[in-house]
Design a protein. Structure first.
Length: 530
């Protein structure tokens, strides 16, 4: 990377679009208020680029005969997979073999790992780049002529940070461990982060960028003066970030408690060093490539390219979480994998798989207190007999539901914020738990609970009981298990007092009751049996 290219990869560099008219955003906060919250929750995103084969990651042995029939050259024998207890969850052995602390199986056993099966979106595209743009933007548009220029995290940060980029934080909001800033961190206010691969090289590129000429402190609002001041701020901030990153890295690199292995774990090592050194960054992004496995995905000994990639992923996650635990910042960590699509159900005759649709997703945390670990899937899914018209797996969960878990539970978004980010309502899956819930600001406990939903299971009668401490807007909604809103029971501003809502749900099944009070949404399971 050349010195002049450095600015392109910094937070403020592409913020030139922010010179357009400012928008008014609800629930705004200052940059420092956001960066200096008590929790300082950290999100780590690992993109599995190329399209991960979900069926050979989490192997469907509850449909063993059909799985073997559809993949005569690419199935993993049962004895080579790792079963979680006596459940239907079978993991590719690459997620465990030789991995630190027992690998992903140990994370499952300790409640720190969630496996989400059937993740995807409606009318999927099989183009790597378009589908990747959809996942990065959080907007499901398969029209190749519609440009997706903003990311879901970029839009969220732009929405809540009222003075950005005029008021740029002392530490980067996000850091990409790749050579560029991903679409997910882009916004109409500019890029919400910096990209680096080597903190020391990052410092060398940024050192001395600030122009010797002073800014215009009483500009005449001419185009030249505005542009000059803008570029000056970019350069100042670029140099500042290079110094902050280097200082944090130098301070934290000797605090590492784990001997990180090669490959992806080295990126986790950089993250650990920066966190240990006091960086206040909220999001870290990295990419693991080569999942586009059209040929030689698996060798005859059932290892091979896909096995190696999963092993690389598991080593990085497990080494980092142990390091975070030993250093004392594990309870601040939540992470997730993404991949633009899955693979076809059938193998292709070249010991590989072609582009598919629905796949699976990992979510993990440094503490079991903040994640509901387990296997998330609609009962009986994925169904290898129930494919779409292109013989692809049907998705069961829209990918924005896990994104919304992150936004509302981990990054402090309100339901209104998330609707603005995605342009629609997507119910969180309920995988993550808040480190500190603000619901108690409004709710007085009833039988040691925030809301009582009873009887549960029920023959259809639904009662929701709670006590408000003070005025608050209360929204109660009924959702299907796949996140489709069925009914809004109430949406009203209520004074303090006791409340008991009675409703009737006609159809047998499992539902989610979403209750929003103030800016906090709580999800309760509700089952109807007749």
């Amino acid at each position: 990377m050349k010195r002049r290219e450095f600015i392109i990869n910094t937070a403020a560099a592409t913020a030139g679009v922010a010179l357009m008219n400012k928008k008014s955003y609800s629930k705004e906060r200052s940059v420092e208020e956001f960066m200096n919250t008590d929790s300082q929750n950290i999100l780590i995103i690992i993109e599995l680029f190329g399209g991960n084969d979900g069926l050979n990651t989490i192997i469907p042995y509850d449909q063993e005969d059909l799985y073997l029939e559809l993949r005569p050259n690419l199935h993993i024998p049962k004895e080579f997979a790792i079963q979680f207890g006596d459940s239907d969850l079978f993991l590719n052995s690459g997620l465990i073999d030789g991995v630190h602390n027992g690998g992903m199986m140990n994370l499952m056993s300790t409640g720190k790992l969630a496996v989400v099966q059937g993740i995807g979106y409606d009318n999927p595209t099989l183009s790597h780049f378009r589908s990747s743009d959809i996942w990065h933007s959080g907007i499901n548009s398969t029209d190749p002529n519609e440009k997706l220029l903003e990311g879901w995290l970029g839009r969220y940060f732009a929405k809540i940070l009222n003075n950005y980029p005029d008021d740029i934080p002392a530490h980067p909001i996000a850091i990409s461990l790749e050579g560029t800033i991903p679409l997910m961190l882009k916004s109409a206010k500019g890029d919400m982060g910096v990209s680096l691969q080597n903190p020391e090289r990052f410092y060398q590129l940024g050192e001395g960028l600030t122009p010797k000429s002073l800014r215009y402190h009483t500009p005449t609002d001419s185009f030249h003066e505005r542009e000059f001041n803008f570029i000056h701020v970019v350069a100042e901030q670029s140099e500042k970030y290079s110094q902050v990153v280097k200082e944090a890295y130098e301070k934290g690199k000797d605090k590492i408690k784990v001997n990180y292995s090669t490959g992806l774990p080295q990126k986790f090592r950089v993250i650990s060093s920066l966190i240990a050194g006091g960086i206040q960054t909220r999001v870290f992004y990295m990419r693991l490539s080569n999942f586009d496995s059209h040929a030689q995905q698996m060798q005859y000994d059932y290892t091979g390219a896909h096995y190696t990639l999963l092993n690389n992923l598991a080593r990085g996650i497990c080494e980092f979480l142990d390091d975070a635990q030993q250093q004392g910042f594990a309870d601040r960590i939540v992470g997730m994998t993404t991949s633009e699509f899955g693979r076809r159900v059938n193998d292709n005759g070249s010991r590989g798989t072609d582009h598919g649709a629905a796949s699976m997703q990992f979510m993990f945390a440094g503490s079991d207190e903040y994640i509901e670990g387990g296997y998330y899937r609609v009962e009986g899914k994925p169904d290898l007999n129930d494919l779409d018209e292109f013989e692809n797996l049907r998705h069961q969960y829209d990918f924005r539901r896990t994104y919304n878990d992150v936004l509302e539970t981990w990054l402090g978004a309100s339901p209104e914020d998330s609707r603005d980010v995605f342009g629609d309502t997507f119910l969180p899956l309920g995988i993550l738990n808040k480190r500190a819930s603000s619901v108690w600001e409004f709710i007085r406990p009833t039988e040691n609970q925030d809301f009582l939903v009873y009887p549960n299971p029920s023959s259809g009668n639904l009662n929701i009981r709670f006590e408000l401490k003070k005025y608050a807007r209360v929204i109660i909604e009924l959702y299907s298990t796949i996140g489709q809103r069925i009914e809004v029971f109430t949406n009203e501003l209520l004074p303090g007092g006791n409340y008991n809502y009675n409703h009737f749900v006609y159809n047998t099944g499992e539902y989610n009751i979403a209750i929003t009070v103030g800016n906090t949404r709580i999800i309760k399971k509700f089952i109807v049996i007749r």
